[in-house]
Design a protein around this ligand. Structure first.
Ligand code: NAG
Ligand code: NAG
Ligand code: NAG
Ligand code: NAG
Length: 339
């Protein structure tokens, strides 16, 4: 059997054995950007400012008919934030359009008013895409953008953090007392909280817990922030009120253990199911938080070779979108949704 047939066979097997149903929306052997002209693409390939081999989708958000991806920041990547349509009549999968414009991306190192290194993405209830931007090492501080998806993609820098580099993910909490962003940074023993109304951010220490992934429980009940811990199988939580009080330290409570380490991304749907993906593991697990902790298999792709195999997002209707990435085999990228 050729490796391709083998791969298909294994994929079928593994999706058959999971409970949820997935639809493949697109597959790509290679992704490409939507360039202003063929000449600019050729030139970028020649100068090395573009290398399609280096496209690694990392974070995702979905709103209406558009999907947003942030891409790993590497030499050869001309824009770290792109959009694509969620449906297409064309047989060919869509290209990636730098978002909100090429202009906010093509710039020299250390252009502090441009999108330098987009990471975590989240859409709020009024249709604003929040973009966490790591800035540039030793040069521009990390910052937070909002892009108003229902008002001509009106784009603003809403905050600059007093540090740069290695921002990871964010969730947005819209409360009666104001809007907050909770932010994780790779390898740090603290989280960052941002208050939109106060236009202020502060650190909240999380002793012994290097928080990476974040997920926020549904609005109906007092909200909990779920925290995945670096280099550990453990899942923690803290009530969000512990982050609003201005306290300098929070004490995450241990909830349970996933069956694998390094939960790097989480998302929670409106029914209180939290999903987690794990570095270098081919599985997405879930836990129905209305029940006792139990890690269950949600999606598994046999033989995937990738450090960061999945990224996902829930859209406002509760559909979960999953991008699957394979370093070695084609199609290298697949986009699925579950309903
Ligand atoms: C919020 O603070 C940033 C600095 O972090 C500043 O550039 C910006 O103008 C402030 N925004 C408002 C609305 O005051
Ligand atoms: C708003 O703040 C008040 C006073 O600090 C607090 O009692 C209340 O629980 C907060 N509400 C929310 C939704 O966080
Ligand atoms: C989660 O558990 C609750 C209570 O047992 C159940 O009613 C609900 O259907 C479960 N949700 C999912 C998505 O299975
Ligand atoms: C939540 O539960 C309701 C009722 O069981 C179901 O119709 C809906 O599809 C669920 N939503 C998600 C996001 O699972």
């Amino acid at each position: 059997m050729c490796p391709f047939v083998c791969a298909i066979f294994l994929l079928c097997l593994s999706s058959l054995s999971t409970a949820a149903k997935f639809t493949q929306v697109y597959k790509w052997s290679e992704m490409d950007f939507e360039w202003p002209s063929e000449a600019t693409r050729t030139q970028a390939l020649e100068t090395g400012t573009y290398n399609p081999e280096k496209i690694y989708p990392r974070y995702m958000a979905v709103y209406g008919t558009r999907m947003f991806l942030s891409l790993e920041k590497l030499v050869g990547i001309p824009a770290t934030l792109v959009s694509l349509p969620t449906t297409s009549a064309s047989y060919a999968p869509p290209k990636l359009t730098p978002f909100p414009s090429w202009d906010l991306h093509l710039h020299d190192f250390g252009s502090c008013n441009k999108i330098e290194w987009a990471v975590g993405l989240q859409v709020d209830s009024v249709g604003r895409l929040w973009v966490l931007d790591s800035g540039s090492d030793n040069y521009c501080n990390a910052k937070l953008w909002t892009i108003d998806l229902i008002n001509n993609d009106d784009t603003k820098i809403i905050h600059r953090f007093p540090f740069h580099g290695w921002m990871h993910d964010l969730v947005i909490d819209e409360t009666a007392n104001g809007t907050f962003a909770y932010i994780s940074r790779w390898g740090e023993l603290h989280m960052v909280v941002f208050s939109l109304e106060q236009n202020e951010s502060w650190r909240v220490n999380t002793p012994r817990t290097r928080v990476i992934s974040l997920a926020l429980s549904p609005k109906e009940k007092p909200r909990e922030l779920y925290l995945g811990k670096y280099n550990s199988q453990e899942l923690y939580s803290i009530p969000v009120t512990a982050l609003h009080s201005g306290a300098k330290t929070a004490h995450p409570k241990r909830i349970g253990k996933w069956s694998t380490i390094d939960s790097y991304r989480m998302v929670m749907d409106n029914n209180g199911t939290v999903y987690s993906a794990f570095l270098s593991d081919n599985i997405i697990q879930f836990w129905n938080t209305t029940q006792k902790f139990q890690a269950q298999r949600f999606y598994e792709a046999a033989g995937l070779d990738s450090f960061w195999p999945f990224t996902f997002a829930a859209d406002p209707h509760g559909t979960l979108w999953i991008a699957v990435f394979d370093e070695e085999r084609k199609p290298r990228y697949r986009l699925l949704n579950s309903f």
